[in-house]
Structure formats: C-alpha cells, structure tokens
Design a protein around this ligand. Structure first.
Ligand SMILES: Cc1cc2nc3c(=O)[nH]c(=O)nc-3n(C[C@H](O)[C@H](O)[C@H](O)COP(=O)(O)OP(=O)(O)OC[C@H]3O[C@@H](n4cnc5c(N)ncnc54)[C@H](O)[C@@H]3O)c2cc1C
Length: 426
C-alpha cells in the first residue's frame, strides 16, 4: 500500500513492539487532531489503532495503516462533579497519574508499568491487583470513537452495547478519548515480605490477597519458600502496616526488585514509606523509561474459585517452567461486565509469566494451557498464547454479541487486527 499523504508523522523502516518480538511492517501515522483521524480513517481501506506498542501478542498488527494516538492533544478535563475525567486515548498512565494528582484526583488501579497508553490498556483488559479493584477497562464510563466510516461516536455506559465497546482490541475504530471514573487522591504505603511459602498461598489464599488494597505474589515456582509478597496499603483506609499478619514471611529491610538479584533502583518506593497512589501502585517508576525489554510475557486469567488449583498445577510443572522464567506474578481483580474482558463475569486471578526471550517457551506454553484453560483461564489479549482461536472464543459467553457488534460497526473489516480476524472466523 502506498504511504498516505502527509497527515502527521510517519514511521520509517520496520517498527517493533516494546520487546522487539513483533514486527509492524505497515506505516505508522500520528495524527494531531480529531479531524485528521477522521480523514485518515475515511481514506484508508484498512487502518488499526495502536497505543504504545507494549503488547506481546499481535493484537496491534494489521495489514493496513497503523494509526497512533500519542500526538493527539493530551488534555485532562475534570467533570464538574469530579467523579470522572476525559483524557486523550494516547496519553500514558505515567503522564495521566501526575496530571490527576495535581487535580487532587486518583484512579483505583495502575498496571505494573505506567508507560502504556490509556487506549491500549483499556482495549486489552489490562489490570493491576486488588480484590476490590477492577481492570483498568472497568474504570471506563464513556468513549469517543472514530468509527470505521470516519464518523465520531460517543459511547456511554447507559448504551445497551457499551459492554462490547471497551475491550475491543481496536476492532470498532479509533478511540480518541476516554472518560474514566476517578476518586479523591490518596496515599499508598508499599512493603515487601520475603521467604513466602506457596503452601501458605494455597491454604490461605483469601487472607494473603486480602492483606492489603493491592497484593502481588512473585514466585519462580522453586520448592523452597522464597516467594515475595508485595503489599500496597491505602493509608486513608488501612493505615500503616503493623507487621502482621505476615504469613510466615519476613518484611524486607531493603528495597527489592521482583527478581531478587536485580537492582531495585527503578522500582517504586517501598519500606512502608507512604506516597501518592501513582508513585506506589505501579511496580516501576514513571521516570524510568525502558525503551525495550529482554522478555516475553504470557498471562492467564482464572476464575478466582479455581486459582488455587491453577497454582498447584503450575507448581507440579516447575521443572519445565523455572529454567525459562524470569518471574511469575499472581494478582487478583474484581469481576466486570465487559464482554471481552478477561475478568468478565467472575472475580479473577491472574497467573503471569515473564519469560526469557527463548523460543523454548513455546514448547512449555501448550502444557501450561492444557492445565489452565480447562479451569476457565482466559489468556491476556496483550500477551503471547498458543491457544487456538476456537479455545479463545470459547472462554467468552458474549463472543457472538461481540462479533455481531463488530460486523454491524465495521462490515467491511477495515479495523481488524490479525487477532480479531482470527476470532471473527473461529
Ligand atoms: C513491561 C510490561 C508490563 C506490563 N504490565 C502489565 C500489567 O501490569 N497488567 C496487565 O494487564 N498488562 C500488562 N502489560 C500488558 C499491556 O498492558 C498490554 O499489552 C497493553 O495493551 C499495552 O498497551 P499499549 O498502549 O502498548 O497497546 P498496544 O500494544 O499498542 O495495542 C494493544 C491493543 O489495543 C488497541 N488499541 C490501542 N490504542 C487504541 C485506541 N486508541 N483505540 C482503539 N484501540 C486501541 C490496539 O489496536 C491493540 O489491539 C505489560 C506489558 C509490558 C511490556
């Protein structure tokens, strides 16, 4: 396809995702206004929104033009009742967190890395952790979308098909701005406990994950009790951590990286020092800008009631997993009602794997999926999986509603990524 006429800036050469594992062969355009987005979408036969290209899956790969939203005006407009904000879809959470804090406002959740775009995160069901905290997508109250015909559509929570529009992997057009639920700003204190035994996680799952507003367990699945328990406590609700319960683990007296051998300099502050929510909920600091990563990620979102079975199954496969693994993170999230959200319909637990960049992981993933998919696990849309399209769609009770919505909004398939194409025909 010929490069489009000058609208914004164009990428040169072959771009890749953040980890360098997915190539984008088609040109990238970065429009600077809503009108530019509209005319680009109208002119193109195929066009797909891209965010900050952090996905490990091919969710942001299309055979047509790639349209990035990062150069759209990065406004944050606060509603008069201060319960929602309207933000550009191309903004990154790092920038949004700082802006909201200045307004005295906060989000309920952040992902581990704050450098991802709002549009890309909500389109894939990205999440942080917390028993009472939903995915980042579940904070969406409205969207402004340039639909495949180039029209601008406002989609609101009161619309009958809203639940299909939020986690949509770009298939319904270019989301240009997002309304997010916010609350008054708050402080969080983060503590890391060392030497956690996975037996304790299995036998006391609800107590471990209920120990703070946002809890993560990091493990390498080794038999020794060497998992890390990261506790992020809201100071306004929970106060400072008193040291108990500790589930047999010990509070670290020095700052930790999830991989105990690595320098924690880029991790957010720990040791119980309270600070603004956006500087504690992500594990990594916004000032640290990793331009690429020597890793591949996979993650499985299980119904919470099956999580302990999933953990047991992974422990039984540790000899295959550990040699290829940087680290696993286990997190929780509240159910949501978004049709294609991995947390649709039930409280959910994510079992995440940060792998070495090693092709042999693709020999292990099918075995992991043979164990977890029968428990109802849904692979993360932004991470790698060996699951077939038929297995993916089988995990979503509203897949036919979603496919109907995509066909109604985009009958000619203008905005379909490789992943969406495969789901439409599965
Ligand atoms: C280091 C690292 C840490 C991570 N941590 C977490 C984590 O803590 N929790 C978690 O759940 N995930 C995590 N992820 C995964 C990540 O959140 C997702 O891959 C997310 O989609 C990345 O956002 P992005 O802006 O890079 O989106 P992209 O990869 O650019 O795009 C992803 C999808 O969103 C669509 N999209 C992007 N922008 C728009 C738009 N404006 N309108 C419509 N559709 C759009 C694209 O078409 C594509 O389908 C992590 C990834 C990395 C690399």
């Amino acid at each position: 396809m010929a490069a489009p006429e000058p609208h914004g800036r164009y990428g040169r050469g072959v771009r890749t995702n953040w980890s360098g594992t997915v190539a984008f062969e088609q040109p990238l355009v970065l429009p600077t206004s809503l009108d530019e987005v509209r005319s680009l979408v109208r002119e193109q036969e195929r066009v797909l929104a891209v965010g900050s290209a952090h996905s490990f899956s091919r969710a942001a790969v299309s055979s047509g033009l790639h349209l990035g939203t990062e150069d759209l005006p990065a406004d944050v407009a606060v509603a008069t009742d201060r319960s929602t904000v309207t933000v550009s879809a191309g903004m990154r959470y790092a920038e949004l967190g700082r802006a909201l804090h200045v307004h005295g406002l906060a989000l309920a959740a952040m992902a581990s890395l704050p450098h991802i775009s709002v549009g890309g995160a909500v389109a894939t069901g990205t999440h942080g952790s917390g028993d009472a905290i939903g995915t980042l997508s579940s904070a969406v109250t409205a969207l402004q979308v340039v639909t495949p015909d180039g029209d601008v559509r406002e989609v609101r929570r009161s619309d009958a098909d809203f639940a299909g529009w939020v986690v949509a992997l770009g298939a319904l057009g270019i989301v240009t701005s997002v309304n997010l639920a916010v609350e008054p700003t708050y402080e969080v204190a983060q503590s890391v406990l060392l030497g956690l035994d996975l037996d304790e996680v299995e036998s006391n799952f609800d107590a471990v994950f209920g120990a703070a507003t946002s809890v993560s367990v990091f493990t390498r699945w080794r038999p020794e009790p060497d998992a890390q328990l990261w506790l992020k406590r809201r100071v306004d609700r929970e106060g400072a951590w008193t040291g108990a319960p500790n589930f047999g683990a010990q509070a670290s007296e020095r700052k930790m990286h999830p991989l105990e051998d690595l320098d924690p300099v880029h991790c957010t502050e720990q040791l119980g020092h309270a600070g603004p929510w956006h500087e504690r909920l992500p594990h990594f600091k916004a000032e640290f800008t990793p331009s690429s990563g020597d890793e591949i990620q996979a993650e499985y979102l299980l119904p919470r009631v099956r999580a302990v079975e999933g953990i047991r199954a992974m422990r039984a496969m540790a000899d295959r997993i550990t040699p290829l693994l940087h680290v696993t993170e286990i997190r929780t999230m509240r159910a949501d009602d978004l049709w294609m959200s991995p947390a649709y319909g039930h409280d959910t637990v994510g079992i995440h794997f940060t792998w070495h960049k090693d092709e042999r992981i693709f020999d292990v993933l099918p075995a992991i999926e043979d164990a977890l998919l029968p428990l109802g696990a849904r692979p993360h849309w932004g991470k790698v999986t060996c699951a077939t399209p038929a297995q993916l769609v089988a995990a979503y009770p509203h897949i036919d509603d979603f496919r109907g919505l995509v066909n109604a909004v985009d009958p000619r398939g203008k905005c379909r990524s490789i992943v969406i194409e495969s789901l439409m025909s599965a």
